[in-house]
Ligand binder design. Structure first.
Ligand code: NOJ
Ligand code: NOJ
Length: 578
């Protein structure tokens, strides 16, 4: 069958499963084949827009100026190929096998390319981007970015699992496992090291990176077991447990959202967290909050806080009801290209909601907790905490409203998709005109996975079901060891408009006395400012709060504050600004 026939077929399948026609339905029908073709066009060597790219190399975008994106990013490529592999292994598109094999070969080659982050054995796997001829990119950049090896191994593991299920274990062991193992060994020994976030700006720890690292080690340990590579299993599992522990620390209980980065001095509201939810969705894990599943109370609360943070900052969102879909971007403080909505961020919101609907329908009930209540109250002001079986009116009402809400995010992207269906990276917050890189491969992949989730498609599960957080966390990784405890700092401090309270101190996790990397506290309970940080257990730690107003830093008076952390559990410190 010709490729184009497959696209038309897929679009027909997607639209026929939907009962009534809507903007979302017609957008999916026209945009699906365009997105699929747009994605294929950006893969070398034969992609129409990828000339010069080696076989299996994914260009981020054909744009060569403002911005120059004619490079291959490990993150973008891996997310794109995960989508292609999921479609291939589900039998939804059988035309892409040779592209998948070329991708695996290309990534195996890139792993061996010595680059500014190091060689294959000295940190080079953390290099975020390469030239499209598979040579190293040597310019200045935010490096390393440690999500790449995790995302790449996840994509290849999913292909490996399908090959094993289809009687090809020996090929997996010989050709895929060596590539997967390099990435997983890197994740296992470096996860606790500082990383640039997925937006290549903040150097700290990052929720998306931690979460995808956790996932990769879980499914890596399972794959290793399946093919008899048992020597790595306990090491990967130990570090996966440590990652799961650390993952919990990003949750901000007072404000009901996930703080995207431990550094960066921002609110921490970020598409990072929504992308995590969809890229670590496990259809067998129910609404588990430990892994922040799409329908978990924490992920839903977070989604509302994230979406709401864009309501008043983009002109194109003005006049939209406070419980209806809006355009969303990377994070509200973003200034890249003036800080605009991103197609892939707005698609991710829709996809998280579709994933949640899939799970509620599958488990036959929907649970509203105190944490998720504000999310659900958007759709029914009278709803209360409780479990609503799928036979109840509340279930029917809420799920119908959430489907409409989700479709609204597709409709927003549809409204700002140009008539040729091309998806750039961003669209103007002022008037919706597409801007920044044209034909962003990741935008096309994000469209396709959101459309598929709406149609009920799920990728294989990865082992998130039934995981429990170990009672003490070890910071694992090379270069540091020992347990950590979650320490909450509350400080009463009155501030003037534009002024914020930060903390910095004597350990890595408190940014080693750096005012520019100091951690922003949340003012959700103003005048009490709060933050929860994982700190080394049984350790005397010195710190100070600082206030920053328009770049001007004011330190608390001397002496330094000091706490000694307990051996395990949690610790709360209540202070008053001095
Ligand atoms: C290029 C990066 O790709 C982008 O994520 C970032 O926002 C800008 N540089 C500005 O730092
Ligand atoms: C900038 C984005 O912030 C980053 O996540 C992405 O990898 C590159 N552009 C390439 O698309």
């Amino acid at each position: 069958m010709r490729l184009s026939a497959v696209f038309v077929g897929l679009a027909a399948v997607l639209s026929s499963v939907l009962a009534q026609s809507s903007t979302a339905d017609s957008y999916i029908a026209t945009e699906s084949p365009i997105a699929k073709a747009g994605l294929i066009a950006n893969i070398g060597p034969s992609g129409a827009k990828a000339s010069g790219a080696k076989a299996g190399v994914v260009i981020a975008s054909p744009s060569t100026t403002s911005p120059d994106y004619l490079y291959t990013w490990v993150r973008d490529s891996s997310l794109v190929f995960k989508a292609i592999i999921d479609q291939y292994t589900a039998g939804a598109d059988t035309t892409t096998r040779s592209l998948i094999d070329a991708f695996v070969t290309a990534e195996g080659t890139l792993q061996q390319v010595t680059n500014p982050s190091g060689s294959v054995s000295s940190g080079g796997l953390g290099e975020p981007k390469f030239n499209i001829d598979e040579s190293a990119f040597t310019g200045a950049w935010g490096r390393p970015q440690r999500d790449g090896p995790a995302l790449r191994s996840t994509a290849i593991i999913n292909y490996a699992n399908w090959l094993i299920a289809n009687g090809n274990s020996s090929w997996v062991t010989k050709n895929l496992w060596p590539i997967i193992k390099l990435d997983l060994d890197y994740v296992s020994s470096n996860w606790n090291q500082t990383t640039f976030d997925l937006w290549e700006e903040v150097s700290s720890s990052s929720f998306f990176t931690t979460a995808v690292q956790h996932r990769s080690l879980r499914e890596g340990a399972a794959l290793a077991t399946a093919i008899g590579q048992t020597s790595v299993v306990s090491g990967y599992t130990t570090q996966a447990n440590n990652l799961l522990c650390f993952l919990q620390s990003y949750w901000n209980p007072t404000s009901g959202y996930i703080t995207a980065n431990t550094g960066g001095g921002r609110s921490g509201k970020d598409a990072n967290t929504v992308l995590t939810s969809i890229h670590t969705f496990d259809p067998a894990a129910g609404c588990d909050a430990t892994t922040f599943q799409p329908c978990s109370d924490k992920a839903l609360s977070n989604l509302k806080v994230y979406v709401d943070s864009f309501r008043s900052i983009y002109t194109i969102n003005s006049g939209i009801a406070s419980n209806a879909a809006v355009a969303t971007g990377r994070y509200p403080e973003d200034s890249y290209y003036n800080g605009n909505p991103w197609y892939l961020a707005t698609f991710a919101v829709a996809e998280q909601l579709y994933d949640a609907l899939i799970t509620w329908n599958q488990i036959g009930s929907l649970n509203v907790t105190a944490t998720s209540l504000p999310f659900f109250q958007q759709f029914s002001s009278s709803v209360t905490a409780g479990t609503y079986p799928s036979t109840s009116t509340t279930f029917t009402t809420l799920t119908a409203a959430i489907k409409t809400f989700a479709d609204g995010f597709l409709a927003i992207n549809a409204k700002y998709t140009p008539s040729n269906g091309g998806l750039s990276e961003q669209y103007s917050k002022a008037d919706g005109t597409p801007t920044s890189a044209v034909d962003l491969t990741w935008s096309y992949a994000a469209a396709l996975t959101a459309f598929e989730a709406r149609a009920g498609f799920t990728a294989p599960s990865w082992g998130a079901a039934g995981l429990t957080v170990p009672s003490t966390c070890s910071s694992g990784g090379s270069g540091s060891s020992g347990s950590t405890v979650a320490v909450t700092f509350n400080v009463a401090a009155t501030t003037v408009y534009g002024e914020n309270i930060y903390i910095t101190g004597s350990v890595d996790a408190l940014q080693n006395w750096s005012p520019s990397n100091a951690l922003l506290l949340s003012s959700a309970n103003y005048p009490t400012w709060s933050i929860t940080v994982n700190l080394p257990a049984s350790t005397a730690i010195q710190y100070k709060y600082i206030r920053i107003n328009n770049g001007a830093v004011t330190w608390e008076s001397d002496p330094n504050m000091q706490i000694t952390t307990p051996a395990s559990g949690t610790y709360t410190e209540n202070d008053t600004w001095r």
